[in-house]
Design a protein around this ligand. Sequence first.
Ligand SMILES: [Zn+2]
Length: 257
Amino acid sequence: MPFTSVTIKSELVRQLDALGVQPGGILLVHAAFSRVAPVEGGPHGLVEALLAAVGSRGTLVMPSMADDDDVPFDPARSACRAVGMLADTFWRMPGVLRSDSPHAFAARGALAARITRPHPVDVPHGLESPPGRVYELGGQVLLLGVGHDADTTVHVAENLAGVRYRRPKYATVFEDGRPRRYEYGETDHCCERFGLLDEWLGPQQRCGIVGRAEARLARSRDVVAAALARLRQDETVFLHSPGACAECDEARAGCAT
Ligand SMILES: [Zn+2]
């Protein structure tokens, strides 16, 4: 008879601590809650465990970007289901700040206001973006039940490397009180090859189990440095070969010259 035991909160905190989550630090989390579950208290319980792991002087950060590009983003209302149930639970919780951007991130803790201050729409993941700030402030990246293909910090490295590939994107923003379609090119593709970071990071990445999920933890600076070194050798290292993937082909075709 299959039996799935619920991971209690104190055990989650112990697992996060054993993995190397730094008390008092900044922790940027990308998660597939269904892989971690079942946990005591559901998604709220997992957020509480993450907050306990970083402690009262730490800062917890999650992606919180808009699902709908056709309506202006409202930080008090817009759902972010595409980035997962945990992230869509987090921004609704008390004390959590959310940046006012279609590329929003949410944060709670000591550096939450600094991380969620305004950031540009046309460069979603540059240095002046929440993951760029986590990088500059020396934070850690935690992947729970997801791989580096979900790791926005790798986009920070692409930005620093000055890669030229772009995909056409748009968002709807308020301008003079009216919604306006804002078009821009985003450094984006299928992101599958971000999985190469597992190999490149080697022992700089700690792997373990949190709840029932495989977990990866690394310093944001190590993720960026590893990606940047390879991007400087080959700008298209993260793109699939021509003809192999529609999203990577679109990115190549949009290469700014
Ligand atoms: Zn691809």
